[in-house]
Design a protein around this ligand. Structure first.
Ligand SMILES: [Zn+2]
Length: 86
């Protein structure tokens, strides 16, 4: 759905203070991640919490900004601090 990927909307919602942190997360979500199904690095974020493999087409639920990783808790905490709601 209309969830744009521009950093602009964050600027409007959160202001400049946390811009750096958001950019980090944005960069992260644009990276490719390993698909748990076919093991190729083709997993891309399709929507918040939904990941799709461009190779095998499998959709998987994961973290809001990256698939399940040990860093996920940290990201969630960071988002909570900045007023983001799940
Ligand atoms: Zn796959």
């Amino acid at each position: 759905m209309g969830e744009g990927e521009s950093a602009n909307r964050y600027g409007a919602r959160y202001g400049k203070r946390i811009r750096g942190r958001v950019s980090e997360i944005e960069g992260d979500q644009k990276k490719r991640h390993k698909c748990p199904n076919c093991n190729s690095d083709s997993l891309k974020r399709e929507a918040k919490g939904i990941w799709k493999c461009t190779k095998c087409g499998k959709k998987t639920a994961g973290g809001a900004w990256k698939p399940k990783t040990k860093g996920e808790g940290m990201v969630k905490k960071a988002l909570k601090k900045s007023g983001e709601k799940e």
